[in-house]
Write a new protein. Structure first.
Lengths: 154, 724, 611
């Protein structure tokens, strides 16, 4: 819990800064563990239900541990008209999960986002922070292979 | 003063008021749903839309602040259309099978019982039928059809928690429960979660209410406009057709309550435009109709108790009282009516009378006297669990928000939400107080860090300090003159009892070897010896053998009064006739007095030397643990609520001895392991409950007369091996 | 940490490599490294310097490298192009034609940036520093007359004068609603109370819009300068910049800019030696489009969920923590320094009567020159789409342009000569919005577009009021049915009814404008809806339930490529014999169309679907 104390201190233990505190927690643990939220609720004297309310309202937060690789596909308008839904369909088929879930082997988490602001590269897929533009149904398979092969070599 | 027009009528308003408030004050009706007086305005249901000249579109009246010269219209075709639109949308998510059915009147002939269907899909199967704000609005807005596709949330009804259940399929997301829980009660159990079409109301992680600090006060149930939140017990008892205003006698606050009645049966108890607690809300009616309630006099014949009439019972009683003249003790509960207590008092020449509990340190105070700039130090008393309506009053009635400091070795609910929590070693509370009020540096005798003490000292500067302390455990409290000490106890009628100037205490009575006959009125203490005759006057049987049982009426079945902690007399109004052959305590005492023979005279008992409170912190090899006790404030007459009502048992767990993981490890005990707790003057067998509220090397027991007169002291714990 | 300048004052050539998100994603940093390496290898490092700049706007063609002072524009530069480029142009002085912009096939390449249509017709005010400065270096901003307007405002103007200047300039909010900025400032200034706040709304959530991102990434100091001037005018002590969590680079750059400004005494206590103190905090969003709405944004800053609250009371009266708060969009703030330094008269000379100045648009979709453009108000849609945008790729026909994001509407071909300004766009049923401009061609289905936007709004709805939460749900359901071939009579009328009621009774702007995409597409493309409902036909060949993939027997040569690639084995046929698609199995993924060789083009989509 020392890490959490550091984050709380950075934001002055103020309830108004709770969103930034949650961002800090997620930055450290890669998701929001329930036990950490309970601890935070106690230290800030803030109802746990309010913290849970924030964690479920804002889509940037995840209450479930994320897979090793985070695949985000943009479904903004520009990407939509350039075929993003088909690309999403192909990824879902390939990984066997629907958007918003993690594969059973915890290797991939698939999420959608409504516009990354990289519209000129539409359709855009981001994997672990790397932007891949002009993706197509064909290209996407090769992309995932790159990350899948890493698994085999581990 | 602000002048504005509503429907061409000139009205005046104060700055900051909303259009809705002004309209309501002037008897101009605007339909509402998510609005509730006393809560912040939400503006979410869109039903209270009004048109304002110069505004692009209709605005919600509940959130609209008034300004000079405003011209508001509350009715129009457009408003009707939009109100209907929004209500129809709300109903597209709420099971509305009967709401708009044109066969409704025909269907009344085929009344199905709601107990037969597990799913509420229409008004007929909803416990709030007839008491639902959606029904009222549908009538008002004349809605005959819902053109939208219907979707059912398909959620399971939440039945795990006691007292009330939650059917979120009926929830219309008005947020009233969230607001009352957070803004008024301060419990913070409920909130919205998720977003958009997935929005739901509930607890964090959908944890049971038992695990998220819910006080089970029922405020959310009362405020819910639909049948989504409903009482479990009373939902089978039907809708009330009238109510009686009375007071709740389950603790020393004496909140005003309403007893709802249907065809001369109590349905439930509810607040009377105030806030009450789980005892007054869910403890009263189930007690009155409890299957174990005895409503006929019982007389022991051989080994059995047989039902007899009052004459037989009274004859037996008077015979025995004569027989044991000079050797009879009356032990009466303070939780009777003042009238009953006065009547008992008039028997002092005939019997040795003592009260249980009895408090000699009575200092009635009025909360009106509490000044602003107040700091409350709550010492060993959990105001959240035991006196929450009082806590709310203190918070709201004092102009500047008071500061709450909790001093408690236990991590109670109150400690969790206090502004500051000081945790002294058990038994070192006075040391801590000395440190807090001393000038300059003091040692570290109480176990609280110097930093924390310094911080709290700062909080006390230039403030009016009130120490609300647990009178049960602390007999003498030393405080500087400028600090007012207010004893907190759930004991009712402290003032009238003190006026009786009783010479003997309950401990004295129960330990006297010469007493042959015990007449217990509303008490059921642990008995230390065998008596020749035991007479019990109560609503439920005690845990020991007796000779005569006289059924008493509960406080809902009698007129009368009792005196609360402020020294005020609280009125009790009879809501129903006493069940069966039960009689009010006064009536029974009156019969005794009338039939009593003049030869019956009081006796004398030896006063036991008053031992000083044993020093809790002086553990020894023989007694290595510290037993912390607190008054059990969830009792009625001689019984704990938990021993009678399952919901209270789950909520309170007060029939266990509590200890934390560290102590459990030391003892090699688990949940429900039976242990003997043995001290200088206690010896009791209880199952274990592991709780992180308890400090290390300590155990906790809610003190109740059925366990004996136990007080905080050093103890030893023996794990009882189960016979295999 | 400030980047060290590698500039050499004696350089004869500067190479500006674009480091906006788009180009970075296309590995422009690799290009820069390679350029530096190659230039050093060729011994040219004393005479040629390489810099990175913010987004140039022409994201379609990234990575972009500009050679100054000649203004030679290179596009789609990859790492392997670098050795040739360095040798040919930098060493031998022969600009490389193959890396230049070509306006169309068989058209001559255009070497100079300012001759390219995309850039020629733009008028850069907010984006004035685009492509010419390093956004992580405050000295460069100052070098381009940065913070001079601030100095003027603090030392030579009173708050009332500043407000008057902004009022007279006619600046209107660039976030979407177009409220008069000067008036807003004045209302905030006049509100009672000493404590006041200002906020920069960078929660650009409209899908397809990335103007704010570019401004924050390319020229963060322009936003800071505008905010400090605004704070002085209003009397605010503290400001907040709220940026979406999806813009990590923007957050990084603005934080660096703030630190640098503080170091230079431009932010903090006693700014530029005056007694005016002002500080700014950066707050990151957490993934909620609704937080772009003023009251939801303020709730978010205060650590609450982003649920809007009805207005009135307005933020300028009662905002953050109950204090008067002025909220403006990124682009609005970035306009302020120029207004102060060059004057209201200058600013109001640009644009139309009701809409002054310029507007940045993100031109995306079915358009050749995708990117960010800044144009004067009053320019026509036609000029933007064809002159700047280079028209529709593949010679397809223009069908509609969507402005205003999910709150806006689709404007058809007949209105292409519409001059762009707040009023004209609203009159035709759309709105300016934040500046997203999505171009659609004959293969965009308008019913699908309406469904897409409504789906978006549904997901982003906060859920507080039934009008939006459930009104949009009902509309989505109807649109789902229609695009699934299950539409029936009465659907259109019902959609309109729900749309209008949602518009009038929703609590906030999100719900109030949610129905716009439906209502405008119904207004201009009603026939398309009717075809979907009554004929079960999708003329744009988009709605999967209404189309079939068929192989033209006259064109099929039996090459078997499609059959092999089909993921559901729906194509039957023997080699060299005509193939057929089994409609019962076909999942309509579209792979067959993309793999059928160009010379045959035998697979095509038809609608209504084949039974």
């Amino acid at each position: 819990m020392k890490n959490i104390e550091k984050i709380l201190l950075r934001y002055d233990f103020k309830r108004d800064n709770i969103i930034q505190i949650l961002q800090g927690i997620q930055g450290h643990y890669k998701y929001l563990p329930a036990e950490v939220l309970k601890y935070t609720s106690k230290r800030l004297k803030m109802p746990l239900s309010e913290i849970y309310s924030l964690a479920t309202f804002y889509t940037a937060f995840s209450l479930e541990p994320r897979g090793k690789h985070l695949i985000t596909i943009c479904l903004g308008t520009a990407c939509h008209v350039r075929g993003a839904p088909d690309v999403l369909g192909r990824i879902e088929e390939r990984l066997g999960i629907s958007a918003g879930s993690t594969t059973e082997d915890n290797l991939f988490t698939l999420e959608t986002v409504n516009c990354l602001g990289a519209c000129a590269l539409a359709p855009v897929v981001v994997i672990d922070g790397e932007y891949y533009g002009q993706t197509t149904v064909n290209k996407v398979d090769k992309l995932i292979d790159q990350y899948d092969e890493k698994k085999d070599s581990e | 003063m602000i002048k504005l027009q509503i429907n061409d009528k000139e009205v005046v308003a104060k700055k900051g008021e909303s259009v809705l408030e002004v309209a309501q004050r002037n008897n101009i009706y605007i339909p509402t749903l998510c609005y509730y007086k006393g809560l912040s305005a939400y503006g979410g249901c869109r039903i209270c839309l009004v048109e304002v000249e110069g505004y692009q579109r209709p605005v919600t009246a509940c959130t609209l602040p008034v300004h000079e010269g405003m011209k508001v219209k509350t009715e129009s075709q457009l408003l009707k259309k939009l109100r209907r639109f929004n209500l129809q949308l709300i109903l597209s998510e709420h099971p509305h099978a009967c709401l708009i059915c044109n066969q409704e009147s025909e269907c009344a002939r085929y009344q199905e019982c709601i107990q037969k269907t597990p799913i509420t899909f229409g008004c007929k199967f909803c416990p709030s039928n007839g008491d639902c704000e959606l029904q009222k609005l549908v009538d008002l807005l004349e809605i005959k059809e819902i053109p939208f596709t219907f979707s059912h949330r398909k959620l399971e009804v939440e039945k795990y928690d006691p007292f009330f259940e939650r059917d979120y399929n009926l929830c219309i997301l008005c947020g009233r429960c969230v607001r009352v829980c957070n803004e008024i009660r301060g419990a913070g159990t409920l909130d919205f979660h998720h977003r958009g079409p997935e929005t739901l109301v509930g607890t964090a992680f959908n944890l049971p209410h038992l695990e998220t600090g819910c006080q089970f006060c029922g405020a959310c149930v009362d405020i819910c406009p639909t049948g989504a939140l409903r009482d479990r017990y009373s939902k089978w008892r039907g809708l009330q057709d009238r109510w009686v205003k009375t007071s709740c006698a389950l603790c020393s606050i004496g909140c005003a309550i309403k007893l709802n009645i249907r065809e001369d049966n109590l349905v439930n108890s509810a607040p009377d435009d105030n806030q009450i607690c789980v005892r007054g809300r869910y403890g009263i009616v189930p007690l009155v109709y409890h299957p174990k309630r005895i409503t006929t006099p019982l007389l022991k014949k051989g080994k059995r108790l047989i039902q007899v009439d009052w004459k037989t019972a009274m004859d037996f009683l008077c015979t025995k009282l004569s027989e044991h003249s000079g050797k009879t003790g009356i032990l009466f509960s303070s939780q009777l009516t003042t009238e009953a207590i006065d009547a008992i008092g008039s028997l002092r020449d005939n019997f040795i009378i003592t009260a249980l509990p009895a408090d000699n340190d009575v200092r009635p105070f009025s909360f009106k006297d509490i000044k602003s700039e107040a700091v409350f130090i709550l010492l060993n008393t959990d105001m959240v669990s035991d006196f929450s309506p009082l806590l709310l009053t203190l918070r709201s009635r004092i102009k500047t928000k008071p500061i709450f400091i909790v001093i408690d070795a236990m991590e109670t609910q109150g400690a969790k939400i206090a502004d500051f929590w000081l945790r002294p070693e058990p038994g070192k509370e006075q040391d801590l107080l000395n440190q807090l009020f001393a000038r300059g540096k003091t040692g570290n005798r109480s176990g609280v860090s110097a930093g924390d003490i310094a911080w709290c000292k700062g909080l006390l500067d230039n403030k009016n300090v009130y120490v609300l302390y647990n009178a049960f455990n602390i007999e003498n409290i030393e405080l500087p003159k400028h600090v007012r000490a207010l004893p907190m106890t759930s004991m009712v009628n402290a003032l009238p009892i003190s006026k009786l100037h009783l010479k003997n205490s309950a401990i004295d009575l129960l330990q006297d070897q010469d007493i042959d006959c015990l007449y217990l009125i509303g008490t059921a203490p642990k008995l230390n010896k065998k008596y020749q005759t035991i007479i019990v006057q109560d609503c439920f049987l005690p845990g020991f053998d007796l000779d005569l049982f006289l059924p008493a009426a509960t406080f809902t079945e009698t007129n009368g009064s009792f005196v609360n902690i402020e020294g005020k007399s609280k009125k009790l109004r009879k809501a129903i006739e006493p069940l069966g052959y039960a009689k009010p305590d006064e009536w029974i005492i009156e019969q005794v007095r009338r039939d009593l023979q003049s030869s019956v005279r009081t006796g004398k008992i030896r006063k036991k030397r008053r031992e000083k409170n044993s020093n809790l912190s002086r553990t020894s090899k023989k007694y290595p643990f510290r037993l912390i006790t607190r008054e059990n404030c969830y009792t009625y007459r001689g019984h704990t609520l938990a021993s009678l009502l399952k919901g209270f048992e789950r909520l309170r767990q007060d029939n266990h001895v509590w200890l934390n993981k560290q102590t459990a490890k030391r003892l090699k005990a688990h949940n429900d392991t039976e242990v003997m707790v043995i001290g200088e003057d206690i010896s009791v067998l209880l199952p274990v409950m592991i709780s992180d509220q308890v400090p290390d090397n300590s155990v906790f027991i809610y003190a109740h007369q059925s366990l004996g007169m136990i007080k905080s002291q050093p103890v030893k714990i023996k794990v009882v091996k189960k016979q295999s | 940490m400030m980047r060290k300048k590698t500039a050499n004052k004696e350089s004869r050539l500067h190479l500006l490599v674009c480091a906006g998100t788009g180009c970075v994603a296309n590995h422009s940093f690799d290009v820069k490294e390679e350029l530096e390496k190659e230039i050093a290898r060729q011994g040219l490092h004393k005479e040629i310097s390489v810099f990175t700049t913010g987004c140039q706007g022409f994201c379609e063609r990234g990575p972009i490298v500009i050679v100054q002072p000649d203004g030679i524009f290179y596009q789609r530069v990859s790492k392997k192009d670098v050795p040739f480029l360095v040798e040919e142009h930098l060493l031998k002085g022969r600009p490389v034609k193959s890396l230049m912009y070509e306006p169309g096939p068989e058209k001559l390449p255009i070497p100079k940036m300012n001759d390219i249509g995309f850039f020629k017709h733009q008028r850069l005010i907010v984006l004035r520093n685009r492509g010419r400065l390093d956004p992580e270096n405050i000295d460069e901003y100052i070098g381009f007359e940065g913070y001079q307007a601030l100095e003027k405002a603090l030392t030579k103007m009173s708050p009332a004068q500043i407000i008057a200047e902004v009022k007279n300039a006619g600046l209107r909010g660039r976030g979407g609603a177009g409220f008069r900025t000067g008036l807003k400032w004045e209302l905030c200034r006049n509100a009672s109370g000493r404590v006041k706040y200002i906020v920069c709304n960078g929660d650009e959530g409209d899908p397809g819009a990335f103007m704010d991102r570019s401004v924050l990434e390319a020229d963060p100091h322009s936003v800071l300068e505008g905010m400090i001037i605004g704070a002085k005018a209003i009397g605010a002590q503290k400001g907040f910049i709220y940026v979406r969590s999806e813009y990590p680079l923007a957050v990084k750059r603005i934080k660096i800019a703030i630190k640098q400004a503080e170091k230079y005494g431009i932010l903090g206590k006693g700014i530029l030696g005056t007694d005016f103190s002002f500080s700014i905090d950066v707050i990151q969003g957490a993934g909620a489009f609704v937080c772009g709405e003023e009251t939801a944004l303020m709730a978010s800053i205060q650590g609450k969920v982003g649920r809007p609250h009805p207005r009135p009371p307005y933020p300028v009266e009662k905002g953050l923590w109950g204090k008067p708060t002025n909220i403006n969009n990124v682009e609005t703030w970035a306009n302020v320094p120029m207004i102060i330094s060059r004057g209201a008269k200058w600013f109001s000379s640009i644009g139309t009567k009701g809409s002054k100045g310029t507007k940045i648009f993100s031109l995306v979709g079915k358009i050749n020159n995708t990117g960010l453009v800044e144009v004067p108000m009053g320019i026509t849609l036609r000029e933007v789409i064809f002159d700047i945008g280079g028209g529709i790729p593949g010679d397809k026909k223009f069908k509609a342009v969507q402005t205003g994001g999910p709150s806006g509407g689709c404007i058809p071909h007949d209105l292409l000569d519409l001059p762009i300004d707040y009023e004209s766009l609203t009159e035709v049923g759309s709105m300016m919005g934040s500046g997203g401009m999505i171009v659609m061609d004959e293969n965009t289905c308008m019913v699908d577009v309406a469904r897409y936007f409504l789906n978006f709004t549904q997901q982003e709805s906060c859920g507080k009021c039934p009008s939006c939460r459930l009104g949009t749900k009902q509309m989505v359901e109807i649109l789902d049915r229609i695009t699934d071939g299950k539409g029936h009579k009465g659907d259109i009328e019902f959609l309109e009814q729900i749309g209008i009621n949602t518009k009038l009774s929703s609590l906030c702007g999100l719900g109030q404008t949610a129905a716009n995409p439906v209502l405008t597409t119904l207004k201009y493309f009603r026939k398309e809806y009717e075809l979907h409902i009554f004929e079960k036909q999708c003329p744009a060949l988009v709605c999967k339930s209404l189309i079939s993939f068929v192989i033209d027997p006259d064109k099929c040569s039996g090459c078997t490529i499609c059959a092999k690639k089909c993921p559901s084995n729906a194509i039957n046929g023997e080699p060299k014999k005509v193939h057929t698609i089994d409609q019962a199995i076909c999942i309509k993924c579209g792979i067959c169309i993309t793999v059928c060789p160009e010379k045959f083009k035998a697979v095509r989509k038809v609608s209504p679907a084949v039974k």
